[in-house]
Design a protein around this ligand. Structure first.
Ligand SMILES: NC(=O)c1ccc[n+]([C@@H]2O[C@H](COP(=O)([O-])OP(=O)(O)OC[C@H]3O[C@@H](n4cnc5c(N)ncnc54)[C@H](OP(=O)(O)O)[C@@H]3O)[C@@H](O)[C@H]2O)c1
Length: 291
């Protein structure tokens, strides 16, 4: 018997299995392409000949495959071995997929925990790795000590959909930031400014702007977007027109920045010109426009 079975040895699954091994846990591994097990076998992992063997080896099964359909497809032949075990699914997915997976696992008498990995493989097991979890509280408490090997854990609640919801919301923030950065670099790069020269300024500007986010949280939770506004939507929408015009003049694609202008215009039309930008969250929630 092992402490943990890791199913899926892509870049992330391999990092997870290594982190468990580094903490001295007994680990069984399985992957569709067997060659990826070799490096882990050399570090002490037991290589299962089948998924059934891997699932039967451990009370805790950690799956990290590309998509949820693959998880179901891979685990299906081993479903009779699932009872009384805990499946921790660290595959990226949607809240709906997580809830459906939780129901499927429950049919076979196993506990389910969904997880969102907020790290890249080299970070796993280090102090900057964060793993979000949701699902069975009892199972999480029982296995929290082992899961700590992967990085800091944050348990969000019994609804299995919470971890993927937080995960995709955090990714949304990240990709929004990346989109702005890509556009900024296209603009400055087209003017002959080396990215190396511009990047430090961009980095410190973005950091400074983050200072306003706690106020947005207050405004969104209270519903008051109009008190003590220092940069109202109307003013920002005008400045944003300049961003679009300058991009077009420089022959820079506006595909990343145009959706924000459309939303700002919608906010102004809806009478929110004197409100803060945080009021746009309500517009996104109340309309399918732009989806
Ligand atoms: N890498 C990251 O930076 C990162 C960060 C956070 C979250 N994640 C998430 O972690 C999960 C795994 O990512 P990864 O980076 O490890 O991806 P990856 O390196 O591409 O590995 C994919 C894994 O899925 C397996 N797989 C794919 N299709 C399969 C199928 N039809 N049947 C059986 N096995 C199949 C692959 O098996 P084979 O080896 O046989 O192809 C491999 O084990 C994803 O959901 C990803 O979103 C990744």
């Amino acid at each position: 018997m092992s402490d943990i079975a890791v199913i899926g040895l892509g870049a992330m699954g391999t990092a997870l299995a290594e982190a468990f091994l580094n903490k001295g846990h007994a680990v069984t591994v399985w992957n569709r392409s067997p060659a990826k097990s070799d490096v882990l076998a050399a570090k002490g992992a037991v290589v299962a000949a089948s998924v059934e063997e891997a699932v039967s080896s451990s009370p805790l099964i950690v799956a990290c495959l590309l998509v949820y359909d693959t998880v179901r497809q891979v685990l299906d032949p081993a479903r009779e071995a699932l009872p009384r075990r805990t499946l921790v699914n660290l595959t990226n997915g949607t809240p709906e997929q997580a809830r459906a997976m939780s129901d499927w696992v429950a049919e076979y008498g196993a506990d389910y925990i969904d997880g969102g990995i907020m790290a890249v493989p080299p970070m796993i097991g280090g102090q900057h790795a964060l793993i979000l979890y949701s699902g069975s509280r009892q199972a999480f408490d029982a296995h929290a000590g082992r899961l700590e090997a992967l990085g800091a854990s944050r348990y969000l609640g019994e609804d299995a959909g919470l971890a993927p919801l937080y995960d995709i919301a955090l990714l949304s923030g990240m990709y929004g930031l990346f989109a702005g950065v890509l556009h900024a670099l296209a603009l400055t790069g087209a003017a002959g400014i080396p990215a190396r020269e511009f990047m430090p300024l961009l980095g410190s500007w973005l950091q400074a702007m983050q200072g306003g986010l706690p106020k947005w949280a207050e405004q969104i939770d209270s519903g008051d977007h109009s008190s003590n506004v220092v940069s109202n939507l109307g003013m920002q929408a005008d400045a944003y027109f300049n961003l679009i015009d300058a991009s077009r003049s420089a022959d820079i694609s506006t595909e990343l920045v145009l959706p924000m202008q459309n939303l700002m215009k919608r906010g102004v039309t809806a009478g929110r010109a004197n409100a803060d930008l945080s009021s746009l969250v309500g517009l996104l929630q109340s309309s399918k426009q732009g989806s």
